[in-house]
Design a protein around this ligand. Structure first.
Ligand code: MG
Length: 129
């Protein structure tokens, strides 16, 4: 279980991964060339695809985290995929929470869902208190 039981927000996770990728918690200036930036974008996308392959293998073998060793499990690869999705969003300066609200509104209409994101959040609050 997490040592800090306060829920993390998507913004916090984007902040964390931005700084992991930068290699520093400080807001240092990005001095990479355009070619270096493009190369990094390609690296992130290739890593994401690689992680999907690892997830597929672990799902095929039904390798689950048992609370002791997360290496080579479905849980590990889901984290890795999530990490690279966030890193790619950061690479393009995309606020994923903002996009989530925009896309969810479209999907609610498209799939004729009976409840809104706001209603789901209220229900979540009620059930987790
Ligand atoms: Mg992996």
């Amino acid at each position: 279980m997490a040592e800090n039981n306060k829920d993390m927000t998507l913004k916090e996770i984007q902040f964390l991964i931005k700084h992991i990728e930068k290699g520093s918690l400080k807001d240092i200036e990005d001095i990479r060339s355009e070619e270096e930036k493009k190369e990094n974008s390609r690296r992130l996308v290739l890593k994401l695809i690689e992680e999907f392959g690892e997830l597929a293998e672990n799902i095929r073998k039904n390798l689950r985290y048992n609370g002791e060793n997360i290496k080579g499990t479905i849980e590990e690869e889901l984290f890795d995929i999530f990490y690279y999705i966030i890193a790619i969003a950061n690479d393009y300066n995309i606020d994923l929470e903002e996009i989530f609200h925009i896309k969810d509104k479209i999907n609610k209409e498209k799939y004729e869902r009976s409840f809104s994101l706001e209603e789901a959040r209220k229900e979540y609050e009620k059930n987790t208190k």
